[in-house]
Design a protein around this ligand. Structure first.
Ligand code: ATR
Length: 277
């Protein structure tokens, strides 16, 4: 039986074992996928031990995605740019390979599950941490009309813009300096919502044609979803679909097959709604 795991700290909240368990059932494959709490100074040792013991693949979550990137001998083109890795596996020569499926997961959710297109659209990104860094290559590859990043610390957003300066111009603003115009797509990649907060984004950035997407999810609507709905956004989505879709992309790398994500998203939504707050 092939063994998989997700490494993180904390990890008890992770839905990945359940999601991959569902994918395995659906595609009639026998595998084991567990979550593993890794001490902050033990990441490298644990990764090496996992693969030395015959492990087939790892997902990596906070706070280890950058360390996983540094550890991988072979990085996908996307992972090279994002500076973070969420999927590890060995190639035929036993080399540790790293990929980042977060951006592809977001695109799959937007396009396949919500019928959104990004080509020629104006995109506003809120935040400049790991969450936003992880989705940049996927967004740029869709040829949007424009990409704007707003962040409290403008220098962090500027650093991201510099990475992609040869591919596309990216406008960078502090929240209060954002042009008072509506965008086609507004993505919240800040961690403000995890503490029940909202980034201070001007209401004018959202209109009736705006799709708002929160990269986090919760039991009910996130703060950002509620805010977006109050501003009259066309759609206000959370990141549950992205979570399942990025998992499907990892599953595809490891197992060379595509699970049916729609059924898993619907079921996970139900489980969340029924869980205790
Ligand atoms: P992650 O890897 O989850 O993106 P991170 O790298 O710590 O985590 O980044 C968190 C992001 O959320 C940052 O963009 C942070 O803004 P700063 O870079 O200015 O600190 C943003 N953030 C966190 N709390 C916020 C809040 N209350 N309002 C606005 N932005 C917030």
């Amino acid at each position: 039986m092939d063994h998989y795991a997700v490494f993180g700290n904390p990890i008890s909240q992770s839905k990945s074992p359940w999601i991959h368990g569902e994918f395995a059932k659906q595609t009639q494959q026998t595998l084991e996928y567990v979550s593993q709490l890794v001490e902050l100074d033990e990441f490298e040792v644990q990764v090496r031990a996992f693969f030395a013991a015959g492990g087939a693949g790892l997902n990596i979550t906070a706070p280890f995605k950058e360390q996983a990137w540094a550890l991988a001998e072979n990085l996908s083109d996307i992972a090279k740019l994002t500076g973070a890795v969420n999927t590890l596996y060995l190639d035929n020569d036993g080399k540790l390979c790293g990929d980042n499926t977060d951006g592809r997961g977001l695109l799959r959710d937007l396009k396949n599950n919500h019928g959104a297109t990004l080509n020629n659209k104006s995109i506003l990104l809120l935040g400049a941490g790991g969450a936003i860094k992880g989705i940049m290559p996927a967004l740029i590859a869709q040829n949007p009309a424009s990409i704007t990043i707003a962040n409290r610390s403008v220098d962090k957003a500027q650093k991201i813009a510099q990475i992609y300066a040869d591919k596309t111009p990216i406008a960078v603003f502090a929240y209060a300096q954002l042009p008072k115009q509506a965008y086609d797509l507004v993505i919240n990649g800040t961690s403000a919502g995890l503490k029940g907060g909202l980034p201070p984004v001007p209401a004018e950035t959202v209109s009736a044609h705006t799709l708002c997407y929160d990269m986090i999810y919760g039991q009910g609507e996130t703060m950002f979803q509620q805010w977006a709905r109050q501003q009259g956004a066309k759609k206000a989505l959370d990141g549950l679909g992205m979570l399942v879709e990025q998992a499907a992309e990892s599953f595809k790398i490891w197992r060379q097959c595509e699970p049916d994500t729609g059924a898993v998203i619907a079921q996970l939504r139900q489980i969340l709604a029924q869980s205790k707050p």
